[in-house]
Design a protein around this ligand. Structure first.
Ligand SMILES: Nc1ncnc2c1ncn2[C@@H]1O[C@H](COP(=O)(O)OP(=O)(O)O)[C@@H](O)[C@H]1O
Ligand SMILES: [Mg+2]
Length: 374
């Protein structure tokens, strides 16, 4: 029997409180079913000079128990806070990570907008500057102002031209709704300037992005969340997708901001017909594969991406955002429990695949060097 594969999951913790306890619990469980030794750890659990690592596994009765583990052969990075201790560990070279570090929204958008394979899906985007806002307001009937380092639909403002007015609707840092109706572009300029100053996340910048008309349902922003993951053979595969429907009047569709997940076909087929919906879905898949390929060429080995895709009222497909550590709640929320289970299983299967490949490589190297010695 081959020895157990050892997989670590790097995540944020404080005491026995973890960032995403339910997901981590399920990951560990999936690993056990695959026969792996698997545990969650955080930056404070690594004792590099002694090659010791403290790991946590969920208890049947709830909660977590810790013990010492052997050094992991592969680590899945699920740390979702950019604290200095994590950044240091991430770049220490101590572990072999399944997924490479990724960049902020602005750099990723810039990179994709320049690549001939994917640029047709990227909305026009610039770093916020008052003068750029003016020209973008003239050019696009809808405009989005969003933080270049944001997540979860926070600090996002939509500016839409309606008749002789500009309707502004935003979600601030606490998801609170903020709205205004202004008639003068100068006023809009001032309002946005204030937004940028008040809603800035740490020292981040803001982006101005061509807004897409995503009201597949009147007065609601709807978009597609697609999950693409590496499978047990190390190949990219679309696990599934869902449509997220935002709250009435909200500028975003994010689940944390009250959005609801529905099956793709329910909404897209109803709007565009079966045949067209199938084509749109194919394009989403094609986009996901191309984007994963381009990003992996740039950032190094990756494991999964959650894509926010806009399908506008004309049926044109756009890429809004790429998430390197995506949630899976859309599948759970729309009742696709098989997809939800698969989405949790795949990272662990991929980690097992990486360990097998590594073991094969090492065995080959040992054989070669012993042959040379003979
Ligand atoms: N350019 C845009 N056009 C239309 N809707 C957008 C645009 N940018 C963002 N949104 C809406 O806001 C949501 C959040 O934006 P996103 O860029 O994904 O930021 P976050 O990282 O906070 O999720 C999107 O899922 C979408 O519903
Ligand atoms: Mg998003």
């Amino acid at each position: 029997m081959s020895p157990k594969k050892i997989i670590g999951i790097l995540a944020w913790r404080e005491g026995k409180r973890f960032g995403e306890p339910e997901y981590l619990r399920r990951l560990v469980h999936a690993g056990h079913l695959l026969g792996a030794e698997i545990f969650v750890f955080s930056h404070q659990d690594v004792f590099a000079s002694e090659k010791k690592i403290r790991g946590f596994v969920p208890k049947e009765s709830g909660g977590w128990e810790s013990s010492w583990f052997a050094w992991p052969q592969i680590v899945i990075d699920r740390y979702r806070r950019r604290v200095p201790e994590y950044m240091k560990l991430r770049h220490s070279g101590l572990f072999d990570f399944a997924n490479s570090p990724f960049s902020k929204k602005w750099r990723v958008t810039q990179l994709l907008a320049k690549d001939a394979r994917v640029k047709r899906w990227i909305p026009e985007t610039y770093v916020y500057a008052p003068a750029t806002l003016k020209t973008m307001l003239v050019k696009h009937p809808i405009l989005y102002v969003k933080p270049g380092n944001g997540t979860g639909g926070k600090s996002i403002l939509k500016v839409a031209e309606r008749g002789s007015k500009y309707q502004l609707s935003g979600r601030d840092k606490n998801y609170a709704r903020k709205t205004a109706s202004l008639s003068d572009p100068e006023e809009v300029g001032k309002w946005v300037k204030r937004w940028v100053n008040e809603q800035r996340i740490r020292d981040g910048n803001f982006l101005l992005q061509q807004g897409l008309d995503l009201e597949l349902v009147p007065d609601r922003v709807t978009d597609v969340r697609l999950l693409i993951q590496k499978d047990k053979k190390g190949e990219w595969r679309v696990t599934g997708c869902a449509v997220r429907v935002g709250e009435k009047g909200s500028s975003t569709s994010n689940l944390h901001g009250g959005g609801k997940a529905l099956p793709f076909h329910l909404l897209v087929s109803r709007r565009f017909g079966e045949e067209r919906a199938q084509k749109i879905l194919q394009e989403c898949h094609h986009m996901a594969h191309q984007v994963a390929m381009v990003l992996e060429e740039h950032f190094g080995r990756m494991m999964e991406f959650g894509l926010d895709i806009g399908v506008d009222v004309q049926g044109k497909t756009w890429l809004i955002e790429v998430n390197p550590k995506p949630g899976r709640e859309v599948f759970q929320q729309m009742g696709a429990l098989d997809l939800y289970a698969e989405a949790i299983c795949r990272p662990v299967q991929y980690a097992c695949y990486l360990i097998e490949e590594k073991t094969k490589r090492l065995t080959k190297e040992v054989e070669l060097s012993s042959r040379r010695r003979r």
